[in-house]
Design a binder for this molecule. Structure first.
Ligand code: ADP
Length: 257
């Protein structure tokens, strides 16, 4: 990666991550969607000068999607490494985004990589890949989506050190919106105020608040000439709820700001 992924720290997470990387500890980044977890990991990989391999996890993902599989082509069968194996071989940071989406039997493949063994057994190839010294595993996790059906096994959780992320504090969030979009600070501050009103509804019919990502979207629409009222409705209300009452309250909050 050549250009720096811009990241505004919320606290001392840069130094703490550097310490975790120096000790090659597996890292878990927890927090609501769109609050800066992936950007943080991208920034840290850039800062440490390591390649980053990101995998967006989903419930259909199998262990083979991470580890690799035999493919059949005109030359016969050949083995193709999956992203996790590739990262372990070349010494990349492997980022499993929303790991809780993956089934537990898939997640178990990371176990031997995340303890003192630092290796990845590939059963189908009867090979054990010893991780490159620079390899590190990072996972993201949204505690809001947690349910008995979908959670990491305690034996998986206890292999990581964790960072707790949340939406940035208002002044910082406004700065982020400014630097991501080039919008003026007064408008960014107003967007953050609206987001605050929407986030207060969390638990009262809204399962997730308005993410920083959505504030950035609203500002980007405004930069394209969309009227603020419409941009806010499009980016900060319509995506997060279909409930008419809640939409109305949010629309009122926008009009009042
Ligand atoms: P997630 O927590 O879902 O991984 P992202 O890291 O993708 O969220 O963040 C969503 C967007 O919010 C980013 O693309 C970026 O525009 C913005 N953002 C959030 N936090 C920060 C931050 N601390 N510094 C810079 N940009 C941020």
């Amino acid at each position: 990666m050549t250009s720096e992924p811009l990241y505004h720290p919320q606290g001392d997470e840069l130094a703490l991550y550097e310490a975790a990387y120096a000790a090659r500890l597996p890292v878990m980044v927890k927090g609501p969607t769109g609050c800066g977890k992936s950007r943080f990991v991208e920034h840290m990989a850039w800062r440490l000068g390591k390649p980053l391999i990101t995998v967006a996890c989903n419930e259909d993902m199998t262990a083979s999607d991470l580890v690799g599989r035999y493919l059949l082509d005109s030359q016969g069968t050949r083995w193709v490494d999956g992203p996790l194996t590739q990262a372990a071989r070349i010494g990349a940071i492997c980022y499993l985004d929303e790991v809780v989406e993956a089934r537990q039997d898939t997640t178990v493949v990371i176990h031997a990589l995340t303890d003192h063994r630092r290796c990845l057994p590939i059963d189908k190839k009867a090979e054990v890949v010893q991780a490159h010294p620079d390899f590190q595993l990072v996972i993201s996790y949204n505690p809001g989506y947690q349910s008995a059906m979908k959670d990491l096994k305690p034996s998986t959780k206890q292999r990581f050190v964790a960072f707790d992320f949340d939406y940035p504090l208002p002044d910082l969030e406004a700065q982020i919106v400014v630097s991501e979009t080039g919008i003026d600070i007064a408008t960014a501050t107003q967007l953050v105020r609206i987001a605050g009103a929407a986030r207060a509804l969390k638990g009262h019919g809204l399962s997730e608040g308005v993410s920083t990502r959505l504030l950035v979207y609203a500002a980007q629409l405004m930069r394209q000439g969309v009227a603020p009222r419409d941009a806010c409705r499009m980016a900060m209300v319509r995506p997060i709820t279909d409930d008419l009452d809640i939409r109305q309250s949010l629309d009122h909050a926008i009009d009042a700001c």
